[in-house]
Ligand binder design. Sequence first.
Ligand SMILES: Nc1ncnc2c1ncn2[C@@H]1O[C@H](COP(=O)(O)OP(=O)(O)OP(=O)(O)O)[C@@H](O)[C@H]1O
Length: 307
Amino acid sequence: MEQAIAIHLDNVRKQYGTKLAVDGISLQVSKGEIFGIVGPNGAGKTTLIEMMEGLRPADGGHITVLGQDIRKQREQIQQRIGVLFQSTSIPGKTKVREVLSLFASFYDRKANVDEIIRFLGLHDKLHAMYKSLSGGWKQRVSLALALINDPDIIFLDEPSMGLDPNARSDMWDMILHLRQEGRTIIVTTHYMEEAEALCDRVAMIHSGKLIAMDTPQNLISQLGKTQRVTFKKVEQCNPASLEALPHVVNIESTPTSVVLHTGNADETVQYLYQLAAEEQWKIQELKIDSATMSDVFIELTVQGGMK
Ligand SMILES: Nc1ncnc2c1ncn2[C@@H]1O[C@H](COP(=O)(O)OP(=O)(O)OP(=O)(O)O)[C@@H](O)[C@H]1O
């Protein structure tokens, strides 16, 4: 019987000059799960995923994919994995049908291309030039290419980057469907809500290190003790006074609103009203929400003194 582990990483490292981009990461991905790798820009997500794909060699540690060593059996592994390439790597003047045929020729193992076309709704776009497509359709073509060898594992690096909300939601549905077919999916994202909506388990990466790994629900219930207090931004409110309010761990500011991340929303709000009275401004549109994956990440990085 084949083992239930799709990917195993043991103390994996990658260094660029003096920069340690991936710093001793160990993890296992089970077959059939959607596994998220999340973290801010520059955290090391792309480096990590590309080492699993065999596109960048690790400088230390050990990676096995589908039970095979990525250093010794890279080509065999690459026949069984699918990679969502960035759209820029596809020649713009080629028609969609031709791009599909070209990519299919790279593999011994072939998927049923008509089925992929049906699944992704690409039928009407087959004779369109790749460069004429919108971002959402380009991303569907990229996904079709990732599926062209009927892969057991699919790697998706920032799959919804730059997509509008409808295209993003379609992308999520397609990813969930691929898991239902029994495939393993590795997805990197810096959108915490994407990880929360999509992933069975999530590894949080910060400065090349693994800082937490669990289901989104467990991460939120174990770590995300913070709540969010949101109110309308007014000119008179002073960020330094807000930061000094009891239990506040972080402040986010948008052009129209302020969000306080707090360990105790009730007390923070009491002091917030006092502060507003002292500084002579009015609190409007106040709202309290419970923790999300973003709060967990902030708690782990800001409170842990990592930022
Ligand atoms: N080829 C390279 N040469 C030198 N440094 C690199 C190279 N690729 C990545 N880095 C550096 O390694 C670190 C990790 O980069 P990486 O692209 O893996 O992070 P990321 O989490 O995917 O970020 P992003 O979301 O911005 O793509 C960054 O500091 C980056 O500047």
